[in-house]
Design a protein around this ligand. Sequence first.
Ligand SMILES: [Zn+2]
Length: 409
Amino acid sequence: MTSTLFENADILDGRANGAIHGHVLVEDGAIKEVSDTPITAASARRIDLRGRTLMPGLIDAHVHVIASMVNLGQNAMLPDALIAFRAAGIMNAMLMRGFTTIRDLGGATQGLRMARDEAHFEAPRMVICGKAISSTGGHSDARGRLDMRDNAWVEGRLGCLGRIADGVDAMRRACREEIKAGADFIKIMANGGVASPTDPIAFLGYSRDEMLAAVEEASLAQTYVAAHLYTDQAIARAVECGVLSLEHCNLIEEATARKAAMAGAIACPTLVTYEALRNEGASLGLPAASVAKIDDVRLAGLGSLEKMQRAGLTMAFGTDLLGEMHRHQSEEFVIRGRVLPAIEVIRSTTIHAAKLLRMEGRIGVVAPGAFADLIVVEGDPLSDLALLTHQGQHMPAIMQAGRFVKDQL
Ligand SMILES: [Zn+2]
């Protein structure tokens, strides 16, 4: 097995308040040694990284790899084979932006992950929830008001990112089916949404009993529930029911953020998607009913970051982009940098995201025993977060499991 020795790197993973100068030995797909003094490894390829930053591969904790179109109702109609190939392309582009791990919040399947693991295409590590679970008329019900068809016929399709479950028993069954099919965690829609036709943002989606059932089912399988959430009321209810992964959170208030922090929850804001939807949504086919809802959540975005930061609520990095907008993925760093210290933004995509994915110590750190998922950045991202944008242009190297997927060194 090949080994690689990175020398004289500024190592930045967010565990300290800045970069640490040192040397990193990669062997057999893992990080073998990290040292502030030179490492001897006779057979290793030596790479001098003076003036460059070595970071763990980035983690995006909220994506939808099967969302190949902005109009999710139309996306669900596309043939599975087309969706699969498009998803492979979407994931490959994520990897080439430096994201070596993604958590999919609705749509990615065990089959896609097997195809990735069999190396039919190069893509980030995948943490998946299968289909997101929604109430009738909730955020993954793409049927319009006049569409009275049963939803089941569309739920088997790869391009459909959610399924419907109403009532405690149906919720339990849906959770068990997703876990059986390979879900690493459960995703529920516990608030109205932008990209769905009949649920204003303030709608609460699920009763407490239904949410408690999902949380119990997840805990039986030794995992957790992530919930789609915007309003303060919806977030507070979800936290009370034991939901630990709080998606979006645009309209959170500080007291609820404190309560969430106390409960050990982690928030996963996704501000870039609202900017992209506002700028490009209508022209890319977002229905008018959805366009009208964008600013209900977009305008509160930056303020929500400040509230969560003040409340001590841990935030992971997420993007939630759809279709052609995926290319904006890395702009989330710059958006957050407008109100948060750069080191906090870095932590969101390294240690905080690793914690949310329950993969602490294996991803998001440059430390012995972690996967050798690494990126090299020209310059210092702490002084310019935009170095992480531009489709990986400022990343001369991207390594996954010890193997370069990009190597311009
Ligand atoms: Zn989402």
